[in-house]
Design a protein around this ligand. Sequence first.
Ligand code: ADP
Ligand code: MG
Length: 258
Amino acid sequence: MTQTTAVPMVRARSVRKTFGHLEVLKGVDLDVTPGEVVVVLGPSGSGKSTFLRCVNHLETIDGGSVHVDGELIGFTASGGKVRHLRKRDITRQRREIGMVFQQFNLFPHLTVLQNVVEAPTGVRGESRAEARARAGDLLAKVGLADKADAYPRHLSGGQQQRVAIARALAMRPKLMLFDEPTSALDPELVGDVLDTMKTLAEEGLTMIVVTHEIGFAREVADRVVFMDAGVIVETGRPADILDAPKNERTKAFLSKVL
Ligand code: ADP
Ligand code: MG
């Protein structure tokens, strides 16, 4: 598949982000093509979560630009000028970008089905019947059709995370961001969540996945990005990065996690 002419799904240029005196992103450049699965690796504190949050309007950026599907996201500061987007554009853009966090944050007082139905009826304005039918399909997709009427507290962490994935998919996102989706799970529950993500990848969903699961990176990623100290230091095909890293910092990191 050649997609060189397609508009990138994500186009980040010289993205900078500062918290007080701490410069967390020091010029991040990343293109993600439609349908691509990019795994982001890197030590704790390197800015991985902050970068994802900048793509999803959870943080504003202090420099550079982020485009998603050709549209400007958040603010951009260029030539000293800060450009603000209209609120309704931000709301619409956020709907089109799904995010799954380490902590799944399901609504505890709603059933599994209601958790998945809630987002599209509340925000997308879909009819209840339409949203329920689709939620049922999505729960089947993540392997939880039989848990539709259960409450989150009766589910394992892995099952809850799969509900969170179904909930994000209910919004029909064109881009999914995963921030260490399996880091809070007991080891025996990680596999089902990764399998679900693999299915989504095979279906052509564009995904940026921050994870320490090297096996997933090797098997599912089209590209692996290694981030350290607020910059992307190396990027390439999984086998190239994982088996033959060129950068010293990548080598040092992989020697610890592999
Ligand atoms: P990673 O996800 O790679 O572990 P983060 O993006 O979470 O890294 O954090 C990068 C750095 O930014 C860390 O030093 C973290 O403490 C700092 N940081 C993140 N969010 C905030 C915030 N809201 N306020 C201040 N510092 C923050
Ligand atoms: Mg993080």
